[in-house]
Design a protein around this ligand. Structure first.
Ligand code: SIN
Length: 407
């Protein structure tokens, strides 16, 4: 097995730009049984600077063998999360810090990966995933595009990531990595030092999937608990093993004893077909996300907001008036079903107010407003990502409806 820590300091500097050292810090603590608070309040830790991450000790590992020379090359890029989590009292149910172990420590804990791939590693960041920002999505997508452009010998990429925000990062990569080569995003729900950690088996399954020729063209995938999930559909249902799901659509296959077995392939645009080009993009347009609810009276957008996603089953009259007014201001409004499971008719998008473009029931009064964008089976948080990217191309709601129909 050949592992190489590639130019970590420059990647971190490139990616994190002006972000504070705090983003690199290992973030809060949690326990294996009640994992959530970690990420909500990532705590800066002065001792973990970019340099400290780059200089983490790299344990000895097996040398390349003649057999490994013939194996596919997989690049493992680590961002942090529970898969890199370390407890104060290892082997207990006690609290841990996400984003602590280095990428090489994580990979070295699973010697079995050497049977399936020659591994290279990069430490992109080492944070709990709520510290992952859109600027990190952009940096990560640029880096993976660069690897696929400049390294034809790399068969696939694995991204290790905290599970809290894994689905958003994976979907951004699904829309912006312009390649048919596999990218597999993987995490763990139990820390690396815990009892029965799931990280090692998840990492092994992710590497096998990234190395497999049958994974080409499947888009960015999430591999958790032996399931291969499309990044378009996957979501974290709960913070326990088995908690990643695609709802009614989007489980592509399983990682079985013999390797990845696919049963379905995504037909929506992704990968090499994507129209979204982030090569020259540093920031994304501001898109807000809000809920409608009984008694709600709509939303007040800030001056920089270019788009708004509303999670709703249907608007109250005052919500309808508020959201129609927002559309009149030229802000693109996307109306998404909270569960993400609804398949809205594409005919509703592009219709004038009162005929369905702004939601169920009679239309709002007043002058016509640009149509709302309807959604076909996508979580509101992912609609926000697609809208951010769509707004880098156009502000025309009809064209944005096309993106929502095709991606
Ligand atoms: C995180 O998202 O970084 C913490 C939770 C996890 O990885 O499961």
């Amino acid at each position: 097995m050949k592992l190489k820590l590639i130019n970590t300091v420059s990647i971190l500097n490139f990616v994190l730009g002006g972000l504070t050292v705090g983003l690199l810090a290992t973030a809060g603590c949690t326990s294996a049984s009640t994992p959530a608070p970690i990420a909500a309040t990532p705590a800066p830790t002065a001792s973990r600077s970019p340099a400290a991450v780059a200089q983490s000790p790299t344990p000895a590992r097996p040398q390349p063998t003649s057999q490994s020379a013939a194996l596919p090359k997989v690049l493992v890029i680590a961002t942090g999360g529970t898969i890199a989590g370390v407890q104060a009292a290892p082997g207990t149910l006690g609290p841990y810090r996400a984003g602590t172990k280095s990428v090489n420590e994580i990979v070295d804990s699973v010697p079995e990966v050497a049977r399936f791939a020659t591994i290279e590693t990069e430490q992109f960041s080492n944070v709990a995933s709520p510290a992952i920002m859109p600027s990190h999505w952009i940096g990560l997508a640029k880096r993976i595009n660069q690897v696929f452009r400049e390294r034809p010998d790399v068969a696939g990429v694995v991204v290790t990531h905290g599970t809290d925000r894994l689905e958003e990062t994976a979907f951004f990569l699904y829309l912006t990595v312009k390649s048919d080569k596999p990218v597999v995003v993987v995490g763990a729900q139990r820390p690396a030092t815990g009892i029965s950690p799931d990280g090692p088996i998840n990492l092994l399954s992710a590497v096998r999937t990234a190395a497999a020729p049958q994974s080409r063209g499947m888009g960015v995938m999430v591999v958790m608990d032996d399931r291969i999930l499309s990044a378009r559909e996957n979501r974290k249902l709960y913070p326990r093993n088995g908690g990643f799901s695609t709802g009614e659509m989007g489980m592509l296959g399983v990682v079985a004893g013999g390797g990845p077995e696919f049963f379905f392939a995504p037909v929506r645009k992704h990968g090499a077909q994507t129209e979204f080009d982030i090569t020259n993009i540093e920031t994304l347009p501001k898109v807000d996300l809000t809920f409608s609810y009984p008694g709600g009276d709509g939303y007040r957008v800030g001056p920089d907001t270019k788009g708004l996603v509303v999670s709703t089953t249907g608007f109250s009259p005052s919500e309808r008036d508020s959201f129609t007014e927002i559309r009149r201001k030229g802000i693109v409004l996307v109306q998404a079903f909270p569960s993400g499971e609804n398949v809205a008719s594409t005919l509703r998008g592009g219709l004038p107010p009162g005929t369905g473009g702004e939601g169920r029931g009679p239309g709002a009064s007043g002058p016509p407003a640009p149509p709302a964008v309807s959604v076909q089976h996508l979580l509101p948080a992912k609609c926000r990502i697609l809208l951010m990217l769509a707004l880098t191309k156009t502000q025309d709601p009809k064209e944005i409806q096309r993106y929502f129909n095709e991606y």
